[in-house]
Design a protein around this ligand. Structure first.
Ligand SMILES: *Cc1c(COP(=O)(O)O)cnc(C)c1O
Length: 404
């Protein structure tokens, strides 16, 4: 069969792609040939993997695999419906009860992803008479949820509680609910949101406090309970979002809070109402992951030991890992700031060619001029693997003039 001639309808998309190619920031997807592991194969090449969010190595933990397989045999591969119609399985509730106990809150609801949890919740709990006070570097899913809610969005400077307070003061005599929202850990810079200060402000001004702990779950707090635990702010945060897709190793997002918050979301959160629930294997996997967070805290210790070693060495070698014109990382997320988008993507490609997988990130994911490599170490990397990656990064950076 001959191909149909090109149609002009989508030509503007091709123009955008050509523009990205000209700027050097167009990418193709790297394909993982085996498991998400510290050393694995992408596009047929063996690499030290510094690109995944599999912080604790749970994505292929044998106990999680077993749980997924057992649940599949017992309950099948799909839930068959949205939660509110016929798709609530006992195992979904078991997972939610488990998370609620872990987080020490009344109730929890699981969404299909962290993205759906944020966007679905923010858009459900606020309306067009309301106000959202949001950190300028908050995740895209918060921004989309805020837009969908049709509330007025007020953006405060990154981690700037004083600026947030100023915005709250300006709204003091304006009717409408106010929501203060921050990432617990910022995904591109690895710094920690000032949950303590913002929660105190929310309390003072009667605002709702919400935290997105996607990168804090399994990383911060006792046994990875997240930023609220890290700051000792139990009972001061109304809405806690977490993801099951990163440290937990599988897929999903959850919201923790009061019984009424969760019941309300059952009735109003659109991804909950209009999109099918997880396969039972996903719920079973996540239940086992929370068991492991409690039973194997040494994974989190290893994560932090590896993080300190890796970041200390990068600094010693002269890499800019943030802290001057960009925020300083405080978690395993390690930005290596390059600046120019094309240079960052070229550095990433050169590292890949030498067996190190670290993603290049450019505008619009990060601001123009702050392009970077983002490296994430996990608990499962050995020091020898990290040292081999560091040696490669030094050599390639010197060759490319990134290091002197
Ligand atoms: C990854 C991420 C999400 C989305 O979580 P998924 O489960 O991958 O959809 C939400 N918020 C932040 C801050 C994230 O980094």
């Amino acid at each position: 069969m001959t191909q149909a001639p090109p149609r002009p309808q989508l030509a503007h998309l091709t123009a955008v792609l050509n523009d990205l190619r000209a700027k050097g920031t167009h990418f193709t997807l790297r394909v993982l040939d085996d498991q998400q592991a510290p050393v694995c194969h992408y596009d047929g090449r063996e690499v030290i993997n510094l690109a995944s969010n599999n912080y604790l190595g749970l994505a292929n933990h044998p106990k999680l695999v077993e749980a997924a397989v057992a649940a599949t045999y017992a309950f099948g591969v799909g839930s068959g419906a949205v939660r509110t119609i016929a798709g609530t399985m006992r195992i979904h509730l078991e997972l939610e009860e488990k998370i609620a106990r872990f987080k020490n809150v009344e109730a929890c609801v699981v969404f299909q992803s962290g993205f759906a949890a944020n966007a679905g919740t923010v858009s459900a709990i606020l309306g067009k008479e309301d106000f959202i006070l949001s950190d300028e570097l908050n995740h895209a899913s918060i921004i989309d949820g805020a837009r969908l809610s049709r509330a007025t969005i007020k953006v405060f400077r990154h981690k700037d509680a004083a600026h947030c307070e100023q915005l709250l003061q300006e709204l003091e005599n304006t009717p409408g609910h106010k929501l203060v929202i921050t990432d617990g850990v910022f995904s591109m810079d690895g710094d920690i949101g000032p949950v303590d200060k913002l929660a105190a402000l929310a309390e003072k001004y009667g605002a709702i406090m919400m935290v997105d702990d996607a990168h804090a779950s399994g990383v911060l707090g006792r046994n990875g309970r997240g930023s609220v635990d890290h700051f000792g702010m139990h009972g001061k945060v109304d809405v806690q979002v977490g993801t099951l897709s990163k440290a937990i190793g599988a897929l999903g997002g959850y919201v923790c809070g009061t019984r009424d918050l969760i019941d309300y979301l059952y009735h109003r959160a659109r991804p909950f109402l209009f999109s099918t629930s997880h396969p039972p294997s996903v719920a079973a996997t996540c239940i086992e992951a929370f068991n492991i967070l409690e039973a194997e805290p040494e994974r989190i210790e290893r994560l932090w030991t590896n993080t300190r070693h890796f970041q200390g060495e990068l600094k010693r070698l002269g890499f800019n890992i943030g802290g001057v014109t960009t925020p300083a990382t405080e978690t395993p997320i390690t930005p290596i700031i390059i600046g120019d988008g094309r240079a960052a993507m070229e550095f990433s490609r050169a590292l890949f060619g030498e067996g190190v997988m670290a993603t290049g990130i450019a505008f619009p994911t990060v601001p123009e001029g702050k392009a970077r490599i983002r490296a994430i170490v996990t608990s499962e990397h050995t020091l020898a693997q990290l040292d081999r990656a560091l040696e490669t990064m030094e050599r390639v950076a010197k060759r490319m003039g990134i290091l002197q």
